[in-house]
Design a protein around this ligand. Sequence first.
Ligand SMILES: Nc1ncnc2c1ncn2[C@@H]1O[C@H](COP(=O)(O)OP(=O)(O)O)[C@@H](O)[C@H]1O
Ligand SMILES: [Mg+2]
Length: 297
Amino acid sequence: MARSPSVALVTASSCRNLDEDLAPLEAALLGRGVDVAVVDWDDPAASWSGYGLVVVRSTWDYVDRLEEFLSWVDHVDSVTRIANPAAVLRWNTDKRYLLDLAAAGVPTIPTTVVDPGGEVRCPSTNEVVVKPVVSAGARDTERYASGQRSEAEAHAHRLLDAGRSVLIQPYFEGVDEAGETAVMFVAGELSHGFRKGPILRPGTGFVGGLYREEDIGPRRPSGPEMEVARGALAAVPAAGPRDLLYARADLVPGPGGEPVVLELELTEPSLFHAHAPGSLDRFAAAIERFAAAGHSS
Ligand SMILES: Nc1ncnc2c1ncn2[C@@H]1O[C@H](COP(=O)(O)OP(=O)(O)O)[C@@H](O)[C@H]1O
Ligand SMILES: [Mg+2]
């Protein structure tokens, strides 16, 4: 007998109240007649095979539990359809993917990776950003002035001593005025854009453990921003742009003002539908389509 292609929107118990997209999305799907449930990824009582499509949303606490999270992804992938695809989630949860984008010719923020046991060398001339390779919401991410090289290195060592690999990047100060441009795609098509204000204050030192306040407003991506964002999407291994239910490219101005990728969010991006009329419905419609396409019994 045919079973309805029900959808799970996946969050985490500590993140439900932080995810402002979740309740409106659930309501939009219900409004379309989609059988939808909001489920914590680590809920032991969840029966993932009972859903036709499992959509990763605000699973932001995986940062401290990446292997457990990826095992969950593999489990769900073995019993039903997960979005984004499992291979994409595995690739995208480690910011080393920035190196792959750069190697594919996508304009990307210059990034150095240091693994535990490796040597930390911060450029002495620029402001730098130190962040873990696995992070979200700017957690454990700090900006250091050129005179704070020893503080920057101490931050990196603190992460490395905890067994975490580290990214070191120049601070791209264009973000201070322009902010970031987020380009949001649904199934490979542009859905909407928004602006995110600068987050890192100079010289505050290691903060740790916090999700930072975000200052969001509407923004229409420029032609050059669209080109870079599309290039980033096309460079994703193991999935074509249309196979990505959702994707968000975060761009900042490079030294000459040209857009470069700071982040390509294919795992758990906030979508800020409230700033883009029509975007919630576009996403709900795509979820319904993906659920129907994966429904074979
Ligand atoms: N190299 C950088 N130059 C300028 N700003 C940065 C840089 N790296 C991070 N930031 C700031 O820190 C925030 C969080 O960093 P990001 O790389 O987007 O990781 P995540 O959002 O996954 O925590 C960004 O939104 C941006 O404001
Ligand atoms: Mg970000």
